[in-house]
Ligand binder design. Structure first.
Ligand SMILES: Nc1nc2c(ncn2[C@@H]2O[C@H](COP(=O)(O)OP(=O)(O)OP(=O)(O)O)[C@@H](O)[C@H]2O)c(=O)[nH]1
Ligand SMILES: [Mg+2]
Length: 257
């Protein structure tokens, strides 16, 4: 199977794939039309269809990290990518462009599932919201984070879900993550509260810690498995994300890494 190598790399990812922000009601792009869009002299892959993307691109699936500023999106990504905690003072991510102060992280990686995930870190700050909306529409999966030590980040999850409903694909893979589970003394959101909210909205849930590594790999692996199974042509091959997460979480207590 030959693949186009031209679209691989940072330069191909510095702006929305179709080149224009997804406005209200306009963000539902059709699947099944892989292609390349030229913007500002840079080659950008348009959203590939899940069913045939791997025939065209090295990077098949776009996964985005979203949630309030400070919940730990960047740290979670760095933990996953480098296996390390990004210690030091908090540097808020600026917009979604990796060229701005180097604060936007773009990573492509090969999972053990032989799939490629393109993971996008977004800025949680309100002032960048219109920028990040533009990227929702061609995301295959969204990891929605709150911070278990920050009640308002949890309270805002409902608003995030409304935004996701408005701007993302209807069938986007979604997972709720309660991050900073290591911070036991500062915790203000109970695990059961997260579970209840996730159940209410029918999304898989787990607590994570970028600091300790708790469930970080599991979160990305679960999403990758779901995406892979969706892309498989055999409809008999079923994968249930909820069940997988629950099974893998079993016996892990609070501190699996
Ligand atoms: N204790 C603890 N602190 C964390 C964890 N993850 C992130 N932090 C801290 O939380 C702060 C914010 O982390 P970031 O990853 O920069 O947050 P963000 O969601 O990317 O924020 P924005 O870029 O503004 O949207 C930093 O001071 C991190 O050190 C975690 O799992 N445990
Ligand atoms: Mg950040």
């Amino acid at each position: 199977m030959s693949r186009k190598k031209a679209v691989k790399g940072k330069a191909a990812t510095s702006s929305p794939s179709a080149g224009s922000p997804a406005g209200k009601g306009t963000g539902k792009s059709a699947r099944g039309s892989p292609g390349i869009v030229q913007m500002n002299g840079v080659v950008h892959p348009s959203r590939p269809s899940i069913s045939n993307s791997s025939e065209f691109y090295d990077i098949a699936f776009k996964v985005m990290l979203v949630g309030d500023s400070g919940v730990g999106k960047t740290c979670l990504l760095v933990r996953f990518k480098d296996g390390a905690f990004l210690a030091g003072s908090f540097i808020s991510t600026v917009g979604i462009d990796f060229r701005v102060n180097g604060n936007f992280f773009f990573y492509s990686m090969i999972t053990s599932l032989s799939n490629y995930l393109q993971i996008w870190d977004t800025a949680g700050q309100e002032r960048f919201r219109s920028v990040t909306h533009a990227y929702y529409r061609d995301a295959h999966a969204l990891l929605l984070l709150y911070d278990v030590t920050n009640k308002s980040s949890f309270d805002n999850i409902q608003a995030w879900l409304t935004e996701i409903h408005e701007y993302a694909q209807q069938d986007v893979v979604l997972m709720l993550l309660g991050n900073k589970a290591d911070a036991t003394h500062d915790r203000v959101v109970k695990r059961e509260d997260g579970e209840r909210l996730a159940k209410e909205f029918g999304v898989p849930f787990m607590e994570t810690s970028a600091r300790s590594g708790l469930n970080v790999e599991l979160a990305f692996t679960a999403v990758a498995k779901e995406l892979k199974h969706r892309s498989m042509k055999d409809p008999n091959e079923k994968f249930k994300l909820h069940e997988y997460v629950n099974k893998e979480m079993k016996g892990t207590g609070c501190c699996r890494s």
